[in-house]
Write a protein that binds this ligand. Structure first.
Ligand code: GDP
Length: 444
């Protein structure tokens, strides 16, 4: 029971910092429609949009509104944060093998920029001090082998070629053996693409993958692919199993909806993005920048973020003032007690107690009864006593009167008064404010 009381105290203290206005099913219907439209305009595939909107709706309902921010604005912020999370949250680095060369296998349709990526990636890794070798595995287009050789020269890395008469898996094996001999850190293998997915391409990729046992299998996706990216990524991932993706041509007009589909349908992160035709135009994938681009509501976002900062500051100051001047009184206590009861937080409070798990109905009834007892005693106080709890702390006569008027015992009233002072200290600790305020001992 003491445990429960402590947690109720904590929740009341935390609640004191919360605002009551919240996002509701009703006030997010309209803005959610706009967000849905924005996602579709950014070329996110429809099933992905559907799942996403549903998940965010469930999550947004009940979230407290930041002061000065409209529900639609706050929703944009929530959606943005969810997009960031969905795309992996943070930059996802390439994985490197601990023994022997790291093998990176590149796959993708024709024209997506795969060959260019080989050279960009070699250049990118060289800058990190890693030695790289390229392997020309596209045996169908002699031009592709020439292109890779030229690019290899440009970035000054060796290119392993074996003409067009050798099987790609064989070339891959030979290339890897050569790289091992030369003690290369990384081997990047280019493969043949087709205009569309076909069985021959997939079978060949499977064979190459088996021959290499690569550290990374990266699917190169053209950002302009838009909605089709979802199906493409699904198929490649199911057929050959990818470890991530590289999104190219982000310098174009596309809002980049493909980025969202990649992670959503495959669970695999985008690791790098191509932003132009030059060798240097390759960089890590930043989920937050991408989320901003997909939503295209940058101004709303920065507004909400600013409001959030201001509010946190104001709230902290307001609360700090109250705490510093020891103003948290029985009126605040009553208001917060009622808020806790109303919000159905009682079961949540009990659920948070370590080792107690889900609250049983009996425990909830017990806690609710406790809150009712407190309420009755506070109601029996005079306005003056509510504002100045010290009066009660100092006067046994007053405590006796409150006890009689509320039908509780004097001991219960003493407990309540002591609790208020404990809460002041507790809140002070919550805020990290360390000066002043002590728990007075009740005089008899
Ligand atoms: P592959 O068939 O997948 O090997 O594609 P390529 O590497 O040959 O690239 C196809 C075309 O896309 C070339 O003209 C590249 O210059 C161009 N390209 C590749 N990556 C990018 C990029 O990030 N941005 C832009 N604008 N063009 C790119």
């Amino acid at each position: 029971c003491l445990h429960t009381m402590l947690h109720i105290q904590n929740t009341i203290a935390e609640n004191f910092m919360e605002k009551n206005e919240v996002l509701t099913k009703e006030n997010i219907v309209e803005p959610m429609r706009d967000i849905r439209r924005a996602l579709l305009e950014a070329d996110v595939s429809l099933p992905v949009v559907r799942r996403f909107v549903q998940a965010v709706t469930d999550q947004a309902v009940g979230v407290g509104l930041i002061r000065g921010v409209r529900p639609d604005q706050q929703l944009v912020k929530i959606v943005h944060d969810e997009l960031v999370k969905l795309m992996g949250g943070e930059v996802c680095e390439l994985v490197f093998s601990k023994s022997g060369p790291t093998v990176i296998l590149l796959a993708g349709l024709q024209g997506v920029g795969k060959t260019t990526v080989c050279a960009k990636l070699a250049n990118y890794l060289k800058k990190q001090g890693k030695s790289c070798m390229l392997v020309a595995g596209d045996v169908y287009r002699p031009a592709a082998i020439d292109q890779l050789s030229i690019l290899g020269k440009q970035v000054d890395v060796p290119v392993y070629t074996a003409g067009t008469d050798v099987k790609p898996s064989e070339i891959a094996k030979q290339g890897l053996a050569d790289a091992k001999k030369k003690k290369m850190d990384v081997v990047i293998v280019d493969t043949a693409g087709r205009l569309q997915i076909d069985k021959t391409m997939m079978d060949e990729l499977k064979e190459v993958k088996q021959a290499l046992n690569p550290t990374e299998v990266l699917l190169v996706v053209d950002a302009m692919t838009g909605q089709e990216a979802a199906a493409l990524v699904t198929t490649f991932n199911l057929e050959i199993g990818i470890t991530g993706a590289i999104l190219t041509k982000l310098d174009g007009d596309s809002r980049g909806g493909a980025a969202l589909s990649v992670k959503e349908v495959s669970g695999k992160p985008i690791k790098l993005v191509g932003r132009g035709e030059r060798i240097e135009d390759l960089e890590p994938f930043y989920p937050d920048r991408m989320a901003g681009r997909i939503l295209g509501m940058g101004d709303v976002l920065s507004f909400v973020e600013k409001a959030q900062e201001v509010m946190q500051q104001e709230d902290a100051e307001e609360l700090q003032k109250k705490i510093m001047s020891a103003k948290f009184d029985f009126n605040d206590f009553l208001k917060q007690t009622r808020a806790v009861a109303k919000m159905g937080s009682v079961s949540r409070v009990i659920g948070m107690i370590p080792g107690m798990g889900k609250a049983t109905p009996a425990q909830i009834r017990e806690a609710e009864k406790n809150l009712k007892v407190m309420e009755a005693m506070i109601e029996a106080m005079t306005p003056e006593e509510r504002e100045k709890p010290e009066l009660l702390a100092e006067s046994p006569v007053r405590r006796k009167r409150v006890a009689q008027d509320s039908g509780k015992t004097e001991q219960q009233v003493s407990q309540l008064v002591a609790q208020l002072f404990q809460m002041r200290v507790r809140m002070k600790n919550l805020m990290g404010v360390m000066q002043g305020g002590s728990i007075p001992t009740l005089s008899n």
